[in-house]
Every structure is written in structure tokens, then in C-alpha cells.
Design a protein around this ligand. Structure first.
Ligand SMILES: [Fe+2]
Ligand SMILES: [Fe+2]
Length: 194
């Protein structure tokens, strides 16, 4: 599976969750909490593997890749602080609603930046084989990635691969204890597609 296929699958999940969160009435607190949990888990794993594999590839292969990567990693860092505020809840509190209202457009802008500004350049400057090789590594790492935001962990790929993955293991222990990943969002406002 190539790099962009792995990343696109996550982007589509995130976009569906954002739309569902916009559609869910405020009264359905548990459903909104479950949507946020799914969003936090998906985003945390996704940005972690981007920092480990995707941005280093962009920096290496794309002219001015550093400028693009630095900009995107700043967006991701801001996003992680907002995700932490969402995770802290409680749903419906002014802090939660303010963080959500900030996060939704920022997440869309970030995805749009990656897909329209960065992906075409990566396709242009990487071979099909290179995208496949890195994509396979990324898909494997994605299965073990963190499930919670860690905004204070540096985005550097070496730190992410070592410290980040140790933190990811702890995330998974905490998830097991709390059964956090067993909660699947449900409700008529859930968007299955598009
Ligand atoms: Fe990203
Ligand atoms: Fe992304």
C-alpha cells in the first residue's frame, strides 16, 4: 500500500467524524463523547506516523520540503493541544465547545493543505516504488501508534519512533483498562460515507 493510500484512509475517517460531530445534537452527550474519542484515537495515530515517516520523506524528496513540513507540523502541534482539551471534556462545557469549534475548521484546513499542497509534490518527486516501501512501513507503524495526543513529545522522527512508541504502548494499556477503544459512535447523524 503506498504512503498516500494509508494517509487518505485516515483523512476520510476524520472528515466523516467531523461531519458527524457537526450534525449530532448537543443533547446527545454520550454520542458526542464517543465521536470525540474516535476522533482523538484516529488523529493521534495518524499524525504520529506522519511525523515518523511522511514528513521525513517530504523533507528529503521535495524541494522546499522543509518549509512545507515545518508549517504542517505547527498545525499538528496546535491540533494536539486542542485534541487534549477535547479529550479532557466534559462534553458541553464552554472549554470543550470552544476547543471543538476551533478544531473542526483547523483540521479541515490541515487535511486540505496536505492533500492539495504536499501530496502532488510528493507524487511528482518520489518513485512509485519509494511510495510503496515507505507506505508499508507506515501501515505497520500505524497499527502500534499512540491513541492519545502527546503535544509535548517533539515531532522529530527519531524521538517519535523511540519515545513516541513507548508512550503508545502505555496508551494501549490505558485503553485496555478503560475499554476506551470499545466505544463505537452510533446515532442517526453518523456519516458512513462522504
Ligand atoms: Fe498531518
Ligand atoms: Fe494527514
Amino acid at each position: 500500500m503506498d504512503v498516500l493510500t494509508v494517509l487518505l484512509a485516515d483523512h476520510n475517517v476524520v472528515l466523516r467524524l467531523l461531519r458527524s460531530l457537526e450534525r449530532a445534537p448537543r443533547e446527545v452527550e454520550q454520542a458526542r463523547a464517543d465521536l470525540v474519542t474516535s476522533l482523538v484515537i484516529t488523529e493521534s495515530g495518524h499524525e504520529a506516523v506522519e511525523e515518523q515517516y511522511f514528513w521525513p520523506l517530504v523533507r528529503k524528496m521535495v524541494p522546499d520540503g522543509d518549509v512545507l513540513a515545518d508549517h504542517a507540523i505547527e498545525q499538528e502541534k496546535t491540533g494536539k493541544y486542542l485534541l487534549r482539551r477535547l479529550e479532557d471534556g466534559p462534553v458541553g462545557s464552554p472549554e470543550f465547545e470552544e476547543a471543538l469549534a476551533t478544531f473542526v475548521p483547523a483540521a479541515r484546513e490541515h487535511i486540505n493543505f496536505e492533500q492539495t499542497r504536499v501530496w502532488p509534490l510528493l507524487r511528482q518527486f518520489c518513485s512509485t516504488e519509494q511510495l510503496e516501501v515507505v507506505g508499508e512501513k507506515m501501515a505497520a507503524a500505524r497499527k502500534l501508534a499512540p491513541t492519545r495526543p502527546h503535544p509535548k513529545t517533539p515531532a522529530h522522527p527519531v524521538v517519535q519512533k523511540a519515545g513516541g512508541m513507548a508512550v503508545a504502548a502505555l496508551d494501549r494499556v490505558r485503553d485496555l483498562v478503560t475499554a476506551r477503544r470499545n466505544r463505537q459512535p452510533s446515532g442517526p447523524w453518523i456519516r458512513d460515507r462522504g
